[in-house]
Design a protein around this ligand. Structure first.
Ligand SMILES: Nc1ncnc2c1ncn2[C@@H]1O[C@H](COP(=O)(O)OP(=O)(O)OP(=O)(O)O)[C@@H](O)[C@H]1O
Ligand SMILES: [Mg+2]
Length: 637
């Protein structure tokens, strides 16, 4: 789904309750024909609910009291006079009742089944679009959000919308349909008793409005606190090693309990509101029973044209008039939850993505690999939870790169170095278009990358990151993630080039070994080599390496450096590294500090002018003295 590129600062539209419900319902439009079918079947089930009252009138007023009230009933039950005598007429009325009721139950079951299946389909599609929306979001957005909160929106909030759709729509439709049918019927039977019966029921409606005013904010807060529980859970599970290492279990348990308790308090508030309003609604609703018996009884005793049979019919219908008030309270509750959750779901769906294909974007063809950044300025948007929001509600930004120009000739190896936090990783992010510059351009072979489709731009690069991410699947599938059709032999060739084949075949199941979540069953160096094999196999035109060797033990570092060197051969390579041996073997080096380019040129030239680089490279000569010689041979040439 392509969306217009709105301003990233545009706040998510604040929509009120009825609008959110209308919007949820409007999402149902693709399924409207199924709903029409289901509705048709449910309409056919209505007579089953009405038949009892009419049989009551017929049996009491016609057969027992022998009045001729509603003579048309006799025409039906006596088959136009063909059946005579009370036993046969009674039997006929009973058979009619059973046949109509059974038929109605069948239509009701079929209609509900179709309705529920359609609702399930709708929810699966809704959750899918939430997932797709999150997946296509820019890195800038994802950095601002908490993973746990997004998970909570995709699962729990979509779940609340689901409860509303599956638990309410058919109830609302069926109950409303029946309710209208019964209201019309009771008015036809006797408008005076009908008014006495319905008046208290309308009072319940006003009670519900009061209830909604009270619970709206509570449900909103409950949804948000659920999101915070999910965030905390997700973050703490990811950081469990740190928690255990620092012995912070008690502290984290308390932090978790704080967010869980907040949710508990919200839930208790909503339970209390329900405890007050629901029974109140029942009592008020029950007054309709009193009104009906009182007014109905008085009318019979004063001979005011109201029969005992009709009173019995009213009794039979009373539950149909009052029952929906019960359901309404429950459904109304679901609606209030759906409003709170729907708002959070729509916030995700409405989030505009700025990293999208510009109109008329073309596919990347053959890539030479010439990359240029021209006068690039960039700032990160700070998250919603970071202090320092501007008064307009716009998130604060933080300037990172100022007027950076970098030229990476096709086929060259370029190192970005400089002190930590200078902006090197950010520059790599701009090249693969995780972010767009605030000013300036990034071009690939002379074309602004915003004019190239993302689907073809990103596969032109292979980004090997310091933090290797592996999926919870086999080594084989991890290596061929970018090229799923690769054969085992191709995968092994890539693994051999990455110096990974040897350790992989020694794993319990070789290439079919499952690596565990995020690759926990492998060492840092092993994961790194698998990610290099993945890059080898993808065979990209441009290689981007972000600290590919840091956090790797010295033993495997040399093997990785050798593998990377093979991978760099014949490709444009941009790397950031704290490893002098890798930087020294590049054609060009850019020294970047505090978001500006301090110096640039071949490493040996730059080090003569730049004290920082000189110190950096020298630290390498010392530390690699015990290496296997790769660096010395390369860095001295
Ligand atoms: N998502 C983000 N939101 C806000 N600021 C960020 C974000 N990511 C990085 N920064 C800031 O941007 C600056 C540049 O970060 P970057 O990761 O590009 O540095 P780096 O040169 O790669 O550092 P290192 O050598 O330590 O990897 C840092 O000051 C960092 O605090
Ligand atoms: Mg970095």
């Amino acid at each position: 789904m392509t969306r217009p590129a709105d301003s990233p600062d545009k706040p998510a539209p604040r929509t009120d309750g009825p609008k959110i419900i209308r919007r949820i319902l409007s999402l149902l439009s693709p399924y409207k024909w199924r709903f029409v079918w289901a509705a048709g079947l449910l309409i056919l089930s209505v007579p089953g609910e009405l038949v009892t009252g009419f049989v009551a009138i017929y049996v009491v007023d016609h057969i027992i009291l022998k009045t001729d009230k509603m003579a048309w009933l006799d025409t039906i039950f006596s088959f136009g006079g063909a059946v005579e005598g009370w036993p046969w007429l009674l039997a006929s009325a009973c058979v009619w009742m059973v046949v109509i009721y059974i038929t109605s139950v069948f239509f009701d079951a079929a209609g509900s089944n179709l309705m529920e299946r359609t609702c399930q389909r709708f929810i699966v599609d809704l959750r899918q679009s939430v997932y797709d929306r999150i997946q296509s979001q820019s890195q800038a957005y994802l950095h601002r959000q908490s993973t746990g909160d997004l998970m909570s929106r995709a699962m729990s909030d979509v779940g609340e919308v689901q409860s509303f759709i599956t638990g309410s729509i058919d109830v609302i439709f069926k109950e409303l349909l029946l309710w209208i049918a019964v209201v019309i019927t009771v008015f036809i039977l006797d408008w005076r008793v009908a008014i006495a019966t319905l008046a208290p029921i309308f009072a319940v409606y006003f009670l519900l409005r009061l209830f909604n005013k009270k619970v709206g904010p509570i449900y909103k807060s409950a949804s948000e606190s659920k999101g915070r529980i999910s965030s905390r859970l997700q973050e703490n599970l990811s950081g469990l090693v740190v928690i255990q290492t620092f012995g912070k279990e008690a502290f984290e348990s308390q932090r978790f309990s704080d967010v869980a308790e907040q949710n508990y308090r919200d839930q208790v508030k909503s339970i209390n509101a329900r405890t007050i309003y629901f029974p109140l609604g029942r009592v008020v609703g029950f007054l309709s029973n009193v009104g009906m018996l009182g007014v109905g009884g008085a009318l019979i005793l004063t001979n005011s044209g109201f029969s005992i049979g009709t009173l019995l019919a009213f009794r039979a219908y009373w539950w149909r008039l009052f029952g929906p008030v019960y359901s309404l309270a429950r459904v109304n509750d679901m609606i209030q939850r759906a409003i709170a959750s729907g708002r959070r779901v729509f916030e995700v769906l409405d989030e505009t993505n700025t990293i999208i294909d510009s109109p008329g974007a073309t596919a990347v063809g053959h890539v030479d690999g010439n990359i240029r950044l021209d006068n690039v300025r960039f700032s990160y948007e700070l998250g919603q939870d970071s202090p320092g929001q501007t008064s307009s509600g716009k998130p604060r930004t933080r300037d990172i790169l100022h007027d950076v120009s970098i030229d990476i000739p096709a086929g060259s190896r370029v190192a970005l170095c400089g002190p930590s936090g200078g902006g090197k990783s950010t520059l790599l992010g701009l090249i693969v278009r995780f972010f767009d510059p605030v000013e300036g351009t990034v071009t690939l072979d002379g074309v602004d990358i915003r004019k190239l489709t993302l689907q073809t731009l990103r596969p032109s690069f292979a980004l090997v990151q310091q933090e290797t991410f592996l999926f919870r699947q086999s080594v084989l599938d991890n290596i061929r993630y970018g090229k799923p059709q690769a054969t085992l032999e191709e995968v092994r060739e890539a693994a051999r080039a990455a110096d990974a084949d040897e350790f992989i075949i020694a794993l319990p199941n070789g290439y079919n070994t499952e690596v565990g979540e995020r690759g926990v069953r492998l060492s840092g160096g092993q994961k790194q080599r698998i990610s290099i094999a993945r890059a080898f196999l993808a065979n990209p035109s441009v290689l981007l390496l972000d600290e590919p060797t840091s956090s790797v033990e010295p033993d495997s570092e040399n093997a990785i450096i050798q593998a990377i060197t093979r991978l760099m051969t014949g490709r444009t390579t941009v790397l950031t590294s704290h490893r002098p041996s890798l930087v020294a073997r590049c054609d060009l080096v850019y020294v970047i500090d505090e978001g500006t380019v301090l110096d640039q040129g071949p490493p040996e030239e730059v080090r003569a002018r730049n004290e920082w680089l000189d110190r950096f490279l020298r630290s390498g000569y010392e530390s690699v003295a015990s290496d296997n010689g790769i660096v010395q041979t390369n860095s001295t040439d």
